[in-house]
Design a protein around this ligand. Structure first.
Ligand SMILES: NC(=O)c1ccc[n+]([C@@H]2O[C@H](COP(=O)([O-])OP(=O)(O)OC[C@H]3O[C@@H](n4cnc5c(N)ncnc54)[C@H](O)[C@@H]3O)[C@@H](O)[C@H]2O)c1
Ligand SMILES: [Fe+2]
Length: 385
């Protein structure tokens, strides 16, 4: 089967890359920047460093520091309104996925009337958005800086929906992730891993995404636990920043499937951080996909560094890879659904919403309907307690 691959924007990658921000704003013709971040990025000192660079270069800017986790729609509206009112002609988002997604959607509102819910993909109005947008990730997880969608929490309908707006430039500076606390390092690293495992097991994969995904799995397997214990190590952080960024490029074309469908719904219903919800789904995504396509099970196990013997079936290799991931999750203190106080029945009941709200679930290697998704969520619950 023939499938297309793209890279949506250039990526400036490397330690210290943040210093190039003022020059890049000028290159893109920006004269007044809307800068978005959240309280955590402010407390880490990163926002202050960025603003000092803009001050030094005499680039005028307006700050929106009210980004909230999971990019709630009303926060996007407030940020877009600020940018519009202040006449901003370039947007800079610096932070985790919540900030990058808020920045993407707020950029759309600079040239288009609010609220953001008007522009949800697949159901909303068409729009044109040409305002330059620079995205600077400070966590290694979402890959949002290179993906097309902004994942927005529509607080009125209580679901996650997407607005499609790519960055003009991504600046990935691994130094910015040195201050990420261990729990966030773990959950974001598992988010990147889930992107790789899911993109590798869709019916929309392409030669580039396959090569990227296997390497991303290896990068996460080799570096996540080390970065969790030694967050100030720039080498581990650089490998994870690369893994996260490449995963964004891979899943943008190859898509995701039931792991993210379940994670989005469980996340919204039970207020579970995105990376934790994604982590919980990874082992069952591997097992399900290895049963549908045994060679994938073997390649995933090998990407994790496991030896697959000639007589071992793809399904067996997939089960071993899943056990490997569960053990890593335990060591990195990813809580189970049960430990979070969620009942099995309540978790399984998310199957319907997960299916309805996430049309990309049709990208799985074999068809999934609501009852099967309920069974898979049941396995997520039972097999990791
Ligand atoms: N658009 C996409 O392609 C895509 C893909 C996956 C996930 N997402 C979305 O991304 C969001 C999750 O993003 P996330 O996991 O990065 O979490 P996040 O953006 O909510 O950040 C988590 C926490 O880490 C803090 N933090 C960030 N950088 C830090 C640093 N350098 N030092 C110290 N603290 C820091 C933040 O302040 C915050 O408290 C979810 O809303 C999810 O739906 C989007
Ligand atoms: Fe994700």
């Amino acid at each position: 089967m023939a499938n297309t691959y793209h890279q949506l924007c250039p990526v400036l990658f490397g330690a210290g890359a943040l210093r190039d921000l003022p020059g890049k704003i000028r290159e893109l013709g920006g004269t007044r920047a809307l800068c978005l971040y959240d309280k955590g990025v402010e407390a880490s000192g990163i926002a202050r460093r960025m603003l000092a660079l803009l001050d030094e270069a005499k680039i005028p800017y307006v700050v929106f520091d009210g980004v909230q986790s999971d990019a709630p729609s009303e926060t996007v509206d407030a940020a877009g309104e600020l940018g519009r009112r202040e006449g901003c002609d370039i947007v800079v988002g610096i932070g985790g996925g919540s900030t990058l997604d808020t920045a993407k959607a707020a950029t759309v509102l600079i040239q288009n009337p609010p609220p953001v819910t008007r522009y949800f993909a697949g159901e909303g109005e068409p729009f044109t958005s040409t305002t330059p947008l620079i995205l600077i990730p400070t966590t290694s997880g979402t890959g949002s800086e290179v993906s097309l969608m902004a994942v927005i929490h529509d607080t009125a309908s209580h679901r996650k929906a997407s607005v499609l707006r790519a960055a003009t430039l991504a600046i990935v500076d691994p130094e910015l992730s040195l201050t990420v606390p261990p729990a966030v390092t773990a959950m974001t690293g598992f988010d990147a891993l889930s992107h790789a495992v899911e993109s590798f097991t869709t019916n929309r994969g392409n030669p580039l995404s396959d090569i990227l995904c296997k390497n991303i799995i290896r990068l996460v397997a080799e570096n996540l636990e080390k970065a969790y214990h030694d967050g100030s190590n720039l080498h581990y952080r650089t490998q994870l920043a690369l893994a996260s960024n490449l995963a964004g490029i891979a899943f943008n074309d190859a898509f995701l499937h039931f792991g993210h469908a379940a994670a989005h719904e469980l996340g919204v219903v039970f207020h579970i951080p995105h990376g934790v919800a994604c982590a919980l789904t990874i082992p069952e995504v591997i097992v399900f996909s290895a049963e549908a396509a045994p060679q994938k099970g073997i390649e995933i196990a090998e990407a994790f560094g496991l030896n697959v013997s000639p007589g071992e079936s793809g399904a067996q290799a997939g089960h071993r890879a899943a056990s490997y991931v569960r053990a890593l999750m335990r060591r990195l203190n990813i809580p189970s659904l049960k430990k979070m106080g969620i009942s099995r029945e309540a978790a399984v009941a998310c199957a319907e919403g997960a299916y309805i709200h996430n049309p990309f679930i049709t990208s799985a290697l074999s068809p999934i309907d609501i009852p099967l998704l309920g069974e898979l969520i049941g396995k997520i619950y039972d097999n990791y307690q």
